[in-house]
Design a binder for this molecule. Sequence first.
Ligand code: TMP
Length: 211
Amino acid sequence: MERGKFITIEGIEGVGKSTNMAALVGRIEAAGHKVLTTREPGGTPLAEEIREIVMNRADEPIPEIAELLLIFAARSLNVNNVIIPALEAGTWVVSDRFTDSSRAYQGGGRGIPMETIDRLADWVHGDAWPDLTILLDAPVEVGMERASNRGAPDRFEQERHDFFQRVRECYLQLASHEPERFVIIDTMRSIDEVRADMMALADELLSDFSH
Ligand code: TMP
């Protein structure tokens, strides 16, 4: 049985991850592959409980190390109970966020050293890195404006502009360090143009990954 491909979608709030992810998944399924979608933090019942704590609990301060460890605890559940079994069964997995979010938010945003995050990543998922990571990019003002129309802000959405600026810059740096894994999509164009890029990317990876 050929192992499935692991694709992650990354970016700051408000760049259109959900819409573009749905389009991508539709295309891969249309090509005849089974696709499992997941999100982080989350993806299993326990990991979703951790998500709720990390994103919304306001009754006690959450130190940044606790935030990082909670997110990696959720990731361990998702990787072991959902992602790896699916890939091994030949299913493709598309995840809304993964370890690059920890590097960008807890590393770039909160200032936790990247070596600490990468050591945890190695411990929690070893070499189970994505085959492809799509970084949806937009200036922070634009993302924040789009995200502000979605109801009450969670713990992350309450952060200030400079936090998201550091997150965005970190993402762009990660992408430039690993150009073979990352594709950056500029979301500052019309919905149709961005979607056309996503479709072209899907077609490219379907042909790349089928040889
Ligand atoms: P979202 O998936 O709806 O965008 O929300 C998830 C939030 O959690 C988002 O603000 C980014 C944050 N997050 C981290 O800070 N680190 C992580 O490793 C992950 C997966 C998410």
